[in-house]
Design a protein around this ligand. Structure first.
Ligand SMILES: Nc1ncnc2c1ncn2[C@@H]1O[C@H](COP(=O)(O)OP(=O)(O)O)[C@@H](O)[C@H]1O
Ligand SMILES: [Mg+2]
Length: 415
């Protein structure tokens, strides 16, 4: 019955149209939620530190810190939007805020140029070179003064800054009387908890006028964050509370990072979509987690240098042979021969030991010390900590260069 086939295809298309997402973009990183949940204490402190701005008074310099994914950037965007909205109700109050991410704009000079250009028309932009730093600062003060109001400069991921000159300048603008008609304050945000200690004392004291710490999320708070996002991203009744609870529990156990928990919900949604499922189920979350782990391992291996990858390759060959844990001495021999066949000079065994420790910290391999008493002495053994197939796939280029070792042939060639 030939006529059935096209009909069957049509039904499948309709099924795809019934996918569970209503707005998948709401799970991506650049989405700003309308409301923040689970951050009441932090938001209150933050809001009160910004409060003088609404009275047209000098706002505080603020330093915000906490691990990645705990809502620092989201809270900042949220409060600045709110402040902007509040300010619009007053005719005589101008609030201008600029958020610069220092990851990529990593010198004080670049930040100052960026700020000048953001406040200028397109035809008056300045170039990234050709001015001295003090000239660029002068242009920056002029732009700020022209705003005749409150200027809030947010330097996100501020630990990427190579020098703290801009922090000094912005946080001391008041004392140094750089401005006549505007008042500026700086908000520095950092994931790096030791950053504050690294600042010079004079910058620290002025930047950290108010310090606000963002703690990691617990499972209950993540559940609030994810439920809110589920309601925006998915159609009704396609993701139940158990699925949200599972993503939140994993998220809280692993890092308390909302970004990672949201990534997991997204991955689970994608797995469900690929299956044409109408609902996201717990098994989709488990599958999504596996996929994310794989991506993480692949990324971790991609970030290693070639010598380190050769060492991982050497461990993988032993794992494929079923001969792990393997002793360092045996591992060194294989690493040496793989390095030679890829046309590289092998590094010393001491170097290998140090790097094996680093690979262990990344969770790619393990290092275990053994002591066989007076006869055997102390030695170290290693195992592969990640799935062999995932590791071999991630090592593809290294394997191409060093040659396919017989032990991993089957794994490398399987799908
Ligand atoms: N309290 C919250 N409510 C809703 N979404 C949140 C909350 N905290 C974090 N998020 C979301 O989690 C992700 C990471 O948050 P972000 O503010 O970028 O973290 P940080 O800047 O601390 O690294 C973003 O997608 C953000 O929208
Ligand atoms: Mg951030």
């Amino acid at each position: 019955m030939l006529w059935e086939r096209p009909q069957c295809v049509r039904v499948r298309r309709e099924d795809t149209g019934r996918e569970c997402y209503s707005n998948r973009d709401a799970l991506l990183d650049d989405y700003t939620p309308k409301e923040l949940v689970g951050r009441d204490a932090e938001l209150q402190q933050y809001h009160s530190a910004l409060q003088p701005a609404i009275y047209g008074e000098q706002p505080n310099n603020i330093f915000l810190y906490g691990k990645a994914g705990v809502g620092k950037t989201a809270a900042t965007r949220f409060l600045l939007n709110k402040l902007q909205g509040d300010a619009e109700q007053y005719d005589d109050l101008q609030v201008n805020s600029q958020l610069v991410n220092c990851d990529g704009t990593d010198s004080s000079y670049q930040v100052a140029v960026e700020l000048v250009n953001r406040l200028r028309d397109i035809e008056d932009q300045i170039s990234e070179s050709g001015y001295s730093r003090s000239q660029v600062y002068r242009l920056m003060w002029n732009e700020f003064d022209d705003l005749q109001g409150i200027v809030l400069i947010v330097l996100d991921e501020v630990d990427h800054l190579e020098d703290d000159s801009i922090l000094y300048q912005l946080s001391r603008a008041r004392e140094n009387q750089h401005l006549e008609k505007s008042r500026v304050a700086v908000i520095g945000i950092s994931n790096d908890l030791s950053y504050r200690k690294r600042l010079s004392p004079k910058v620290r004291s002025s930047l950290c006028e108010r310090s606000i710490s963002f703690s990691t999320y617990n499972a209950q708070e993540l559940q609030q964050v994810l439920s809110q996002r589920r309601d925006v991203a998915f159609k009704e009744d396609t993701v139940d509370d158990a699925v949200v609870g599972l993503c939140s529990a994993y998220g809280a156990r692993e890092s308390g990072d909302a970004r990672k928990a949201l990534d997991l919900l997204l991955k689970a949604g994608d797995v469900a979509r690929d299956e044409n499922a109408e609902e996201v189920l717990e098994r989709h979350v488990h599958e999504g987690r596996k996929l994310l782990e794989r991506e993480e391992v692949a990324q971790g291996i991609a970030n290693l240098n070639e010598q380190e990858r050769l060492m991982v390759y050497a461990v993988a060959t032993y794992a494929a042979e079923g001969s792990t844990p393997v002793r360092s001495t045996d591992l060194y021999e294989r690493y040496e021969s793989l390095a030679r066949s890829s046309g590289r000079d092998p590094l010393s065994s001491r170097w290998m030991r140090e790097h094996l420790d680093e690979l262990a910290m990344l969770g790619i391999i393990s290092v275990e010390k053994r002591n066989e008493g007076a006869m055997g002495g102390m030695y170290r053994v290693h195992e592969l900590e990640q799935d062999l197939k995932v590791v071999v796939d991630a090592l593809k280029e290294t394997i191409d260069n060093a040659g396919l070792h017989a032990s991993v042939r089957q794994v490398a060639e399987s799908d």
